[in-house]
Write a protein that binds this ligand. Structure first.
Ligand code: TYD
Length: 207
């Protein structure tokens, strides 16, 4: 890490099947190449307590408010014990999903009240926001096709196409409200072309 460089908080977002994990690993490698200390983590999860909450959220039936409270509870533990201390040390945190996912899934997908989510967001992480969010966007149908080829479905992944179209619309609304922070990456393309857009985004910021 160069002298005086502040730690960066970078998040990946997108509907299930968008290809976040591949590009998250590549981004971490790219940042580490210049000596930056990078923590790769995920939500819900990233700490022992938050990972236990993740297991419940991904498998137990529950109503939308319970779901929102559990993801924010997991997030609070993650922010306080991992993300904020790392950023304070000048280290970089790359996170697979953060609060934009709650607005997209619980807000867009489940139709839960965005004003309540905004209140929880303010309580849980106050002024902390990602420095950059890479939103890997693609049609719900294409994402479903990729998921079917890749893995067994969790509670969210068993939702229908209409759910994922609402999640996608939720991300689009978040992006429209924070266009500087959230960069839309067209992900309905070969992997190298997706990565090229991510690299171009970093270069545009001088990272
Ligand atoms: P995901 O990040 O896609 O992990 P994996 O690649 O292992 O499947 O899965 C997490 C799921 O949790 C995903 O379906 C979206 C959901 N989720 C929410 O509903 N709200 C949230 O705030 C977060 C962070 C995730």
């Amino acid at each position: 890490m160069g002298p005086g460089r502040a730690g960066r908080f970078i998040t990946f977002e997108g509907i299930d099947g968008a290809g976040k994990s591949t590009h998250l690993d590549a981004l971490a490698q790219r940042l580490r190449a210049d000596g930056t200390t990078v923590h790769c983590t995920r939500e819900p999860g990233g700490t022992p307590l938050a990972e236990r909450l993740r297991e419940r959220v991904l498998s137990d039936p529950m109503d939308a408010l319970t779901e929102a409270l559990l993801v924010f509870a997991a997030r609070r533990d993650h922010v306080v014990t991992l993300i904020e201390p790392a950023l304070a040390r000048g280290e970089t945190v790359v996170c697979d999903r953060f609060t934009d996912a709650t607005f997209a899934y619980q807000g867009g997908g489940r139709g839960f009240d965005a004003a309540v989510l905004a209140q929880l967001e303010a309580w849980v992480h106050g002024a902390l926001q990602p420095d950059l969010t890479l939103w890997l966007d693609l049609p719900a149908e294409e994402a479903a096709r990729r998921r079917a080829a890749a893995r067994a479905a969790d509670r969210f992944e068993r939702e229908d196409l209409a759910f994922f179209e609402r999640v996608r619309a939720g991300y689009a609304a978040r992006q429209a409200a924070a266009p500087q922070r959230i960069v839309r990456i067209e992900s309905d393309r070969p992997r190298e072309q997706v990565w090229a857009q991510i690299e171009a985004t970093l270069e545009a910021r001088g990272w």
